[in-house]
Design a protein around this ligand. Structure first.
Ligand code: H53
Length: 818
C-alpha cells in the first residue's frame, strides 16, 4: 500500500537528487521521472519477492515469446494495479500537479504494431493479476512504432526515440547476458563415436536483457517483461587483430547496432527481410538459453523440462524457437534426436492470428540456411521425418499432401507448418477464426492431427481499458454494483442488466458518455484544431490501416452521405462525427492513399458551411495506446467492418463494447461472439458472411462493375475519386483506389475486399444506427447492454482458458500478499 507521506517525500527527494531542484522548480517531465522512480521503489520488494516464490515453489513457468509487446504507458497502469490512483493523485495535488498531466509526460512505449502486440500486453497484465508465473520475452527496439504526422493530408513517419531520456521502469540485467551466433558454417566432428556439430566462422552479438515489472492487480505479484538489447562483444583488444579481424569486429559492432534498432512497421504482413529473421533468432536464442539455464539451476534432469516450462509462440514470428530448442538439447545438452524431439514438442504451443497468406512467414531456404546453418540442418531433419510420416499416412496421395503440408517446399521454409507439426497445441483467436483454420486454411493439418487444434477467443484487460481509460464509468459501475469485484471478475458486469429498465440509471450512463465525449472534443481541438459537436454521434474506426479492415468502405459511405445532404433537400440526418485513427505501414501504398483520401474528404466536408456541421470527419493523428483510451471511452458507435473471414478476432471491438459503444460490423472475428452476448437487436450487422466471401473467392461470380453500372449513387461516389471533387489539384490522386474497386488487380479480381458488394447493406445498417440513436431511451439501453454483456471479453477469461487447456500452470502463492 502507498503511504502518502512517504510518497510525497520520495518525490521531493527524487527531484532533488535527479535534478538538483526543489519541487516548486520542477517541470512536469521532472516530476514524471521523480514519481516513476518512487513508484518503482514501492514495487521492487514485491518484484523480488515474486521471483523468490517462483524458485521456492518450483513453479512451472510460461514464456510468452513475442516480437511485439504494445504495452503503452506504464506509470498510470502501475498506479492503478497498486490500487493507489486516488492517493497518488491527492499527493500530486498537494505538490501542485495533476496526475493526468504527469502521466502525459511518459512516452508511449510502442514496441508493437497493433492487435497482436496489444494482446500480448493484455495477457501479461492478466497473468500477473491471476498469480501465474510468466515471462514476456521480446526485443528492446530502440525505435518503436513510428510517430505519425499528417502533413497536407499525407502520413509522414517520424522516428520514435522512446528511450532517449531513459525509461524509468526498466532494469538492465547484464548478469544474464548470452551470446547469439549468426552465419558461418557447420563442421562435424566425431567425438567418442558421436557426431558433434560445431558452428564456426560466425558473427556474434551479446544479448542483454532489460526487465520491466508487470504488476498484478492489488495482489503483490510482479512478473517481468524481458526485452533483449544487443551489444557488440568487446572482450578483446582491437590492436591484437590483423586487418581481417578488425573488419570482423566492425561488422559485429554494426550487427549489434542494427539488430535491435527498429520495429518493422508491418501489421499482418511480412516483409521477408533478412534483418527481421536476425531479430527473431536473436531474441529467441537468448530467451531459450536463459530459460534453460534457469531450469537447470533447480533441476538436474533436462527431461523434466516440459513439466516446468512452456513456450507460447505468438504467431509465426518466434517459430525459430523450435529448431533452436532442438539445437540446444542436441548440441549443448547432448540428447539424442528422439529425446530432444519429445521435449521440444511438449514445450511448444502456437497461436495463429491470421489466415491472410501474406502474413504467414515463409523464408527463402537460401537466406535461412546462410544465416542459421546449424538451425537449418535441424529444420531439414524435422521436415524429413514429417514427410516420412505423410508418406506413411497417405500412401495414395503423398505428393499432393507434401505440397500442402511439408515444412520445406518450393525453396521456402514455411514457419507456420513447422509450428503446427512440432507443437502440441495450435489455437485460433476467436471461434469463427478457429473454425476457418480447421476447415479451410489448415484443413489438411486438422485432418491429420485434430487433437492439437483449439480455440482461445481473445480478450482485453479491464484494468487499462475501463479502470484507467474511463474512471467515471468504473466509479459508476462500482456504485451501481455495490462492489468493485468486476476489476478482477468482469462477468460481474452482468449485474448492470437490472438497470436497463431504469430511466435514471440510463441517463447517468449517457451523461458519463457525454463527459467522455467532451474529453475527446478537447483532445481533438488541441491536436487537430477541429471543433467537434459533442451532441453529434461519435462514429469511430480506430485500428491499423489495412485494406481488409475497409476504412475505404467507411469513407466512401461518408462521401455518399455528403452527396445526399447536398442533393436532397428532404434528407434529414442526425449530426455525425466520423472519427478515424490509423497508422499505415510505411511501404503500404494503398493504405497511405486511403489516409490521404480520408483527410481530403475531411477538408471538403468540414469546410462546407452549407451542411450546418451535420457531418464532421476527423483523422486523429498518431493513434496509439494512450489516445486510444480516450477514444474508446467517448465512442457512440464502433466500426468493425472487415471483409468477413479476414479479421481473425479484433480486440478494439471489445474495448468499445466495454465502454458502451454498440458495434456496426460484419459477422467476422470476435464480432460474432459479441453479437452472441448482446443479441442481434443490440448490434448493427451487415454484409456478406464468411462462407459467402470464401465461396466467391473460390468460385468467382462477383463483378463490381455490375454494381457500378446499376447503382447511380455508388457510381457518383466512385466518380468523385477521379474527377477532382476531393483533389482539385490532382485529379489522378485517387485513381489507384478507383481502379482497385473496378479493375482486375494482377491475378486478383477487382474489389478484392467486396467493398461495393457490401456497400448497400452497410448504408442500411447506418440508417438503423441513426434510427436507434434518435430514440434516446433505446440508445441508452443498447449502450448499457454493451457494457453489461462485456464480461466474456476480459483477457482474464482468455488466460484461464490457456492455463486450463495448454499451459497447465499453478497459481503462485505470495506469503506477504496484501
Ligand atoms: O492479431 C490480433 C487479432 C487481429 C489480427 C492481429 C494480427 C496482428 O496484429 C499482426 C499479425 C497477425 O498475424 C495478426 O489481425 O484480428 O485480434 C490478436 O489476435
Amino acid at each position: 500500500m502507498i503511504n502518502a507521506k512517504e510518497l510525497k517525500k520520495a518525490i521531493e527527494d527524487n527531484v532533488k537528487v535527479l535534478y538538483r531542484k526543489t519541487i516548486d522548480e520542477a517541470s512536469k517531465e521532472q516530476v514524471f521521472y521523480a514519481l516513476s522512480y518512487a513508484i518503482k521503489d514501492t514495487i521492487i520488494d514485491e518484484w523480488i519477492n515474486t521471483h523468490k516464490a517462483y524458485d521456492k515453489q518450483d513453479a512451472k513457468i510460461l514464456y510468452y515469446l513475442s516480437m511485439e509487446f504494445l504495452i503503452g504507458r506504464a506509470l498510470g497502469n502501475n498506479i492503478i494495479n497498486l490500487g493507489a490512483r486516488k492517493e497518488v493523485a491527492q499527493v500530486l495535488n498537494e505538490l501542485g500537479f495533476d496526475l493526468t498531466d504527469i502521466e502525459d509526460q511518459e512516452s508511449d512505449p510502442a514496441l508493437g504494431n497493433g492487435g497482436l502486440g496489444r494482446l500480448a500486453a493484455c495477457f501479461l497484465d492478466s497473468l500477473a493479476t491471476l498469480n501465474y508465473p510468466a515471462y514476456g520475452c521480446g526485443i528492446r527496439y530502440h525505435y518503436g512504432m513510428f510517430k505519425q504526422k499528417i502533413e497536407n493530408g499525407y502520413q509522414k513517419e517520424v522516428p520514435d526515440d522512446w528511450i532517449k531520456n531513459g525509461y524509468p521502469f526498466e532494469i538492465k540485467r547484464s548478469e544474464y547476458s548470452y551470446i547469439v551466433k549468426f552465419g558461418g558454417n557447420v563442421r562435424v566432428e566425431n567425438v567418442n563415436g558421436k557426431e558433434k556439430f560445431i558452428q564456426e566462422n560466425y558473427g556474434s552479438v551479446k544479448a542483454i536483457p532489460y526487465d520491466m515489472p508487470v504488476l498484478g492487480y492489488e495482489n503483490g505479484m510482479v512478473n517481468s517483461l524481458r526485452i533483449w538489447d544487443a551489444e557488440a562483444i568487446t572482450n578483446f583488444s582491437l590492436e591484437q587483430f590483423d586487418k581481417g579481424d578488425y573488419q570482423k569486429a566492425l561488422e559485429q559492432e554494426n550487427l549489434a547496432k542494427t539488430l535491435v534498432e527498429v520495429l518493422y512497421p508491418n501489421d499482418n504482413h511480412y516483409a521477408g527481410k533478412e534483418l527481421r529473421l536476425k531479430q527473431q533468432y536473436f531474441f529467441i536464442s537468448a530467451s531459450l538459453q536463459r530459460a534453460i539455464d534457469k531450469f537447470k539451476s533447480h533441476h538436474s534432469d533436462i527431461h523434466m523440462l516440459p513439466q516446468k516450462v512452456v513456450f507460447q509462440l505468438n504467431d509465426t514470428h518466434p517459430t525459430v524457437a523450435i529448431p533452436e530448442l532442438m539445437r540446444l538439447l542436441l548440441d549443448e545438452e547432448g540428447l539424442n534426436w528422439d529425446e530432444a524431439w519429445n521435449i521440444t514438442s511438449r514445450c511448444m504451443a502456437y497461436t495463429n492470428h491470421t489466415i491472410m497468406s501474406e502474413a504467414l512467414e515463409k523464408w527463402p531456404i537460401d537466406l535461412f540456411k546462410s544465416l542459421l546453418p546449424r538451425v537449418y540442418q535441424i529444420v531439414e531433419e524435422i521436415n524429413k521425418r514429417f514427410v516420412m510420416q505423410i508418406r506413411d499416412r497417405y500412401p495414395n496421395n503423398a505428393a499432393e499432401k507434401e505440397k500442402k503440408m511439408a515444412i520445406l517446399y518450393d525453396g521456402q521454409v514455411r514457419m507456420a507448418y513447422m509450428a503446427i507439426v512440432t507443437g502440441f497445441s495450435v489455437n485460433g483467436v476467436a471461434k469463427l477464426h478457429t473454425e476457418i483454420l480447421k476447415h479451410q486454411e489448415l484443413k489438411d493439418f486438422y485432418e491429420m492431427m485434430p487433437e492439437k487444434f483449439n480455440n482461445k477467443t481473445n480478450g482485453i484487460t479491464q484494468r487499462r481499458f475501463l479502470l484507467h481509460a474511463n474512471p467515471l464509468l468504473s466509479d459508476w459501475i462500482t456504485k451501481k454494483l455495490g462492489s468493485d469485484k468486476f476489476i478482477t471478475d468482469l462477468p460481474q458486469l452482468s449485474g448492470l442488466k437490472q438497470y436497463l429498465n431504469d430511466d435514471k440509471s440510463l441517463e447517468e450512463f449517457m451523461e458519463i458518455k457525454y463527459q467522455n465525449k467532451l474529453r475527446l472534443v478537447k483532445y481533438i481541438k488541441e491536436h487537430n484544431g477541429i471543433d467537434v459537436n459533442p451532441d453529434s454521434i461519435f462514429d469511430v474506426q480506430v485500428k491499423r490501416l489495412h485494406e481488409y479492415k475497409r476504412q475505404l468502405l467507411n469513407i466512401l459511405h461518408v462521401m455518399y452521405l455528403y452527396n445526399k445532404l447536398k442533393n436532397n433537400d428532404g434528407f434529414n440526418m442526425y449530426p455525425r462525427t466520423f472519427i478515424f485513427g490509423a497508422k499505415a505501414a510505411a511501404g503500404y501504398r494503398r493504405a497511405k492513399q486511403t489516409i490521404k483520401l480520408i483527410n481530403s474528404v475531411a477538408d471538403v466536408i468540414n469546410n462546407d458551411r452549407s451542411i450546418n456541421g451535420k457531418i464532421k470527419v476527423v483523422f486523429i493523428e498518431d493513434y496509439k495506446v494512450s489516445n486510444a483510451e480516450i477514444i474508446f471511452a467517448a465512442a457512440d458507435v464502433s466500426e468493425q467492418i472487415s471483409t468477413a473471414s479476414k479479421e481473425a478476432s479484433g480486440t478494439g471491438n471489445m474495448k468499445f463494447m466495454l465502454n458502451g459503444a454498440p458495434t456496426i460490423g460484419t459477422m467476422d472475428g470476435a464480432n460474432v461472439e459479441i453479437v452472441e452476448e448482446v443479441g442481434q437487436d443490440n448490434a448493427f450487422i451487415f454484409g456478406l458472411s464468411s462462407d459467402e466471401v470464401i465461396e466467391y473467392e473460390n468460385n468467382g461470380g462477383y463483378d463490381p462493375m455490375v454494381i457500378f453500372n446499376s447503382d447511380s449513387e455508388i457510381r457518383t461516389v466512385l466518380m468523385q475519386l477521379v474527377n477532382g471533387f476531393y483533389s482539385p489539384n490532382n485529379t489522378e490522386e485517387f485513381r489507384e483506389i478507383y481502379d482497385s474497386l473496378l479493375k482486375k488487380q494482377g491475378h486478383d479480381r477487382a474489389d478484392v475486399y467486396f467493398i461495393l458488394k457490401d456497400f448497400r447493406s452497410y448504408a442500411k445498417a447506418h440508417e438503423e444506427v441513426e434510427k436507434a440513436y434518435r430514440d434516446r431511451r433505446r440508445w441508452g439501453e443498447m449502450a448499457l447492454t454493451q457494457t453489461a454483456c462485456a464480461g466474456k471479453f476480459s483477457s482474464d477469461r482468455t488466460i484461464e482458458e490457456y492455463v486450463r487447456d495448454i499451459w497447465h500452470l499453478t497459481k503462485l502463492r505470495l506469503d506477504n500478499a496484501k
